[in-house]
Design a protein around this ligand. Sequence first.
Ligand code: EPU
Length: 421
Amino acid sequence: MDKLVINGGKQLEGTISVSGSKNATLPIAVAASILGDGSSVIHNVPDLRDVETLCAVLEVLGAGTKFKDSTLHIAPRNEIAFEAPYDLVRKMRASIYVLGPLLARLGRAKVSFPGGCAIGPRPIDLHIKGLEHLGAKIEIKEGYIIAQADRLIGTEIDLSGIHGPSVGATANVMMGATLARGTTTIRNAAREPHVSDLANFLNAMGADIDGIGTSVLKIHGVKQLRGTEYSIVPDDIETGTFMVAAAITGGDVFVKNAVPENLEAVSEKLTETGVQLNWTDDGVRVRIRGELRAIDLRTEPFPGFPTDMQAQMMGLLSVIPGISVITEAVHTDRFMHVAELNRMGADIRVRGHSATVHGVSKLSGAPIMVSDLRAGAVLVLAGMAAAGQTVVSRVYHIDRGYERIEKKLTGIGADIVRVVD
Ligand code: EPU
């Protein structure tokens, strides 16, 4: 298992480039493999463990996949299998994305029920409710979701849950509805940039989706979708992570390929702390001038502050004098990174769904262990800001969602070495 050895205290300077969005690539690769007649060529695909895992699932279902130089070629074969077995699905929750497309294409699907994960329980009731509204009969049996429908039929569906709209349910139902008979209206649809990117991709395949980027999506069913060529939107969470990297090291960094409209909430909160942001046509310059201020923040579905940036922002606030309060309203138990940050000298107390961060003047390097992807990101950020050496283990969590993180950060002055055990 790889480790990252980080010697902290280096100010980051220079230009760092953002790769394509992980959370857009996953459903887009599924749609291309199951819904499309003919091959698709997808550009700006990040080289990530999660993409590799998903391609293994798609190969089992019957798509040929080839990945080279950020381009993913997908060639669906004539016969598509309807079962996604436990051994594959357990490796990645996003495998649940095959459910809607398999139903739409084959009229049946058998997909292993994904479990919880390190960031808390993650139910799929909204996915099931949405597909049932489209006419599917669904039962849970022996750990599998078994779904059947002669033909999905367009209808009106409200997808809001107790924690707001669901990204995954919106994507699953939207993909299923593209080939349904009639029009499907999804109310309280998730509006995250990767949901919109999926909708744009589906339209490029010949789907007819209106309201992209709003909370009401209208999907007019079509008879057939075809393969297409497409380029994935830059990753907003990788962008935000690099913006915080610049801030936490007191650096001066240009984050290239940053998309301003996908980062408004993150930019607003960074600006509130006093971080200087200068947006240009192809990215954002991030630097520090003077003292930073403690702030409060609450995660919310897009366009609110993203849960996937909560950990990274907590890392920054842990070294800003004063008291900051962070409330996690999306994945309400997502505080696994707190114990590790505290081991590095942070002073963070969790109560219920909130964390109170008492800013300290400095973190100190320590051996630490990653519990999930974004916890991994903040521990790398904290290691770069800390005095001394930090050794990060269980790096595979980070590799799921960040493309060559140590290489990119070393390119702007970080001292990070990957050690292969
Ligand atoms: N929820 C339900 N029922 C459902 C589905 C979700 O109650 O059927 C709840 C969840 O428990 C959570 C909230 O609704 O409290 C939002 O969950 P959502 O369905 O939006 O999450 P997801 O689709 O499983 C995606 C991202 C996550 C990201 C969330 C929220 C992908 C592959 N994953 O997950 O990304 O945190 O949306 O934005 O797109 C990450 O990249 O680190 C990551 C965890």
